[in-house]
Design a protein around this ligand. Structure first.
Ligand SMILES: C[S@@+](CC[C@H](N)C(=O)[O-])C[C@H]1O[C@@H](n2cnc3c(N)ncnc32)[C@H](O)[C@@H]1O
Ligand code: SF4
Length: 460
């Protein structure tokens, strides 16, 4: 059998979701080639099981007091970018003008206002605020300050332990960075991705390396509490030589934390469509990407960084906590505001309308733009936390015993055993620890823990 993905029909190409293909995020595949389909596991049960009919359950959860002592966070989605990267799978717009952006930001404020009055939210302090995208740094300093003023008057974030903000290097100016600092951002994350101009161009990035070097002195001077950069191992055009250079140049940037993702090709990227349409685009295979990821982590360790998760290394002695990630992976409630954003409240997952018109239309009518939802069982919440926390590299049995009154070794023992035999992890009565081999492919292992009905299905 060929390793090449089957060429899709025209109908499937127009709407790959209809192809019903299982993806690595729901199926243990151990693929050699980088095939089209989601790999990164960000939630459980898979999004394809979230339904419109269940939105009622989400509304019920929102209109009741919180069901637990969970922390609460706020995610604000800013879906604008200068250009669409050919590998990107996020909901982004590259054609919106200033007045359309203003309309969107007004809707975002309206949405936060509606949440702030709900019984599930009233009186609860925010643990974290996360500006994600898209590119939050795309909007002007004036738009940003006005947005924050309005959001904060609806829901205070003074007690938040972290305010995180994603940036694309070419969108930053000194004035904008000052505004980002002024609104209280503690964790700045910069999408560097690679430090080779040919590779950045080939992959459709809007920025080149000179823009990274232009903004670094401004960022360092403003002394954000934590500075992270994102890299992708396996961008189109990458070789061992270029990757080694990017790793060294990243060390030279002297940042607090470095996140490395392995290039994946979910259905809705430009590259995926090219490949499914028959193009013979070359993307490094999984073995090579794991080797590159491993090489980067070894070099970062030698330069004084320590592992904080399967993707992120943090410089020793620097504040390493990533509040947003840890809260979400430990079952925090979260208000996800913005087009296509994901939320979680009192055991119910829900997602906003994914189209510009529907999102704005609902908020114009004074209604939350909820589109699909999933009401989790206790068992599903346990599985969700266990698999997400495995991405940290180790988990404690005591945590799950205390929170869910379950011994994870009883619940998942046979799967741990199987993965131990493959050299992916070790475990004893205190906890489970991934080996380096397991850590480098952790997302691909997680479907093994899913309930059978969620395996081999569409993920998104
Ligand atoms: C929302 S973006 C970060 C901020 C900003 N939009 C940017 O790209 O500079 C989040 C990160 O997801 C990662 N990412 C996006 N598409 C990816 C893909 N197909 N495979 C692996 N990582 C990807 C990139 O590292 C990117 O920095
Ligand atoms: S990777 Fe970042 S800059 Fe590129 S399209 Fe996606 S969100 Fe925008």
């Amino acid at each position: 059998m060929s390793d090449q993905p089957k060429k899709m029909t025209e109908a499937e190409l127009l709407n790959p979701q209809d192809a019903g293909k299982p993806e690595p995020a729901t199926t243990r595949m151990d693929s050699k080639e980088t095939e089209v389909g989601s790999v990164f596991v960000s939630n459980y049960p898979p999004y394809s099981f979230w339904k419109k009919e269940t939105v009622l359950e989400a509304r019920k959860a929102l209109n009741s007091p919180p069901a637990s002592e969970a922390t609460l966070g706020l995610y604000l989605h800013i879906p604008f970018c200068r250009k669409r990267c050919k590998f990107c799978y996020f909901r982004v717009y590259t054609d919106k003008n200033s007045s359309e952006i203003q309309t969107y930001l007004n809707a975002l404020v309206k949405e936060v206002e509606l949440y702030s009055e709900m019984p599930s939210v009233v009186g609860r302090p925010l643990e974290f605020v996360y500006f994600g995208g898209g590119t939050p740094s795309y909007i002007s300093a004036r738009h940003l300050k006005a947005l924050v003023r309005s959001v904060k008057s609806a829901i205070s974030w003074d007690s938040a332990k972290e305010v995180a903000f994603e940036c694309e290097p070419g969108t930053l100016t000194q004035t904008k960075l000052e505004a980002i600092k002024e609104i209280g951002v503690t964790r700045l994350s910069l999408g560097v991705e690679n430090l080779n101009d040919e590779i950045l161009k080939e992959n459709g990035r809007a920025h080149l390396t000179k823009e990274v070097y232009r903004v670094m002195p401004w960022i360092h001077a403003l002394e954000f509490k934590q500075l992270n950069v994102d890299l992708i191992a396996g961008m189109v055009g990458e070789t061992w030589e270029t990757w080694q250079e990017t790793v060294q140049k990243t060390i030279d940037l002297d940042v607090d934390s470095i996140t490395v993702y392995q290039m994946e090709l979910p259905f809705n990227t430009v590259y995926s469509k090219d490949i499914l349409g028959g193009s013979d685009l070359f993307v490094a295979d999984w073995k090579t990407k794991r080797e590159w990821h491993n090489y980067a982590f070894e070099q970062f360790a030698a330069a004084g960084y320590e592992m904080s998760s399967a993707y992120t290394m943090v410089k020793k002695g620097k504040p390493g906590k990533f509040v947003y990630r840890d809260a979400v992976w430990h079952g925090s409630d979260m208000i996800g505001a913005g087009v296509a954003s994901f939320s979680h409240m009192s055991g119910v997952h829900f997602q906003n309308a994914a189209s510009w018109g529907e999102y704005l239309g609902s908020l114009n009518a004074g209604k939350l733009p909820l589109d699909r939802a999933f009401s989790t069982t206790r068992q599903e919440r346990l599985t969700r936390e266990m698999i997400l926390q495995l991405k940290l590299g180790e988990i404690d049995t005591a945590y799950f015993q205390k929170k869910f009154d379950e011994d994870i070794l009883d619940v998942f023992g046979s799967t741990y055993e199987r993965l131990r035999n493959e050299g992916m992890l070790t475990f004893d009565k205190d906890g489970v620890k991934l080996t380096r081999k397991g850590l480098l492919r952790v997302d691909g292992l997680l479907p093994e823990f899913y309930a059978p009905k969620y395996q081999n299905a569409r993920y998104t």
